[in-house]
Design a protein around this ligand. Structure first.
Ligand code: HPA
Length: 253
């Protein structure tokens, strides 16, 4: 039986433009005061829980990372009544153990993006304010996702630093070396401003970062879309299993 007060949002990134196991009830095209979402919100049930799915890059995949209207997406989810957000992000692996198909549940983030609409508190939409962002991800939700992975025998890295880059191009070796020195374990293009906007809206937010390639200079292979696609295909099964395990566990309190 689904929990009436709980509505879990899943934001799908590259390789997750639709959610095949979701029992869809309806879709809603949403335009907020800050513009349109990337795609219609897709409402339904998964493992007996109410879920809303949003394709971050649109469906079909069309929006590059810097053109996603993150504010509209997050505002629409808030207005739809979501109680928590699980973000799925494809990333490059920087640290040694972050090989293709590995999963990191990051606990920290460094923002290297620029020029994105990255706050609701801009003095126009909302008066200036400063939110605490010491812990950018919801620790409880992240721990529950780790636990769900463990209970399905899926290995994840339970902490890690997500470096958010501008894209859409991949990085140079020097850029990845810099991120590594900064302490980044994985690199992706969509982690910010999504995480901070969730915080500004007081929405618990955690990330499942799926490694789809070794970051630039971290292997002797050129990064190809074919390799990325094949890691996505294999790795996404694990992501689905973790989310299903997490949602199933919600019934038990
Ligand atoms: N860099 C940045 N973003 C990414 C990568 C990468 O290597 N792979 C997937 N998203």
């Amino acid at each position: 039986m689904s929990n009436a007060s709980s509505l879990t949002a899943i934001i799908g990134g590259t390789g997750l433009n639709e959610y095949p196991s979701l029992l869809i009830s309806h879709e809603k095209v949403v335009t907020t005061d800050l513009g349109a979402t990337s795609a219609p919100l897709v409402f339904g049930e998964l493992m007996g829980q109410s879920v809303v799915f949003l394709a971050r890059h649109g469906h079909p995949h069309k929006l590059p990372p810097h053109k996603v209207n993150y504010r509209a997406n997050m505002l629409a989810l808030k207005q739809a009544g979501v109680s928590e957000i699980i973000a799925v992000n494809a990333v490059g692996g920087i640290s040694e153990n972050m090989a293709p198909e590995a999963i990191c549940i990051p606990d920290q983030i460094i923002d290297y993006t620029h020029g994105r609409e990255d706050t609701f508190f801009d003095g126009i939409y909302r008066p200036l304010d400063h939110v605490d962002f010491t812990y950018p991800y919801d620790q409880d939700l992240a721990a529950q996702l780790s636990f769900a992975a463990e209970s399905k025998n899926i290995i994840t890295q339970k902490t890690g630093v997500y470096g958010a880059t501008q894209g859409p191009r991949l990085e140079t070796i020097a850029e990845i070396n810099r991120l590594e020195k900064d302490g980044c374990d994985v690199v992706g293009m969509t982690g910010m401003p999504e995480a901070v906007l969730a915080r500004e809206l007081e929405l618990p937010y955690a990330c499942l970062a799926l490694v789809v390639n070794r970051a630039a200079g971290k292997s002797d292979r050129v990064i190809t879309m074919d390799d990325i696609r094949s890691s996505l295909e294999v790795g996404m099964h694990k992501i689905h299993a973790i989310i299903a395990g997490y949602l199933a566990s919600k019934d038990n309190g």
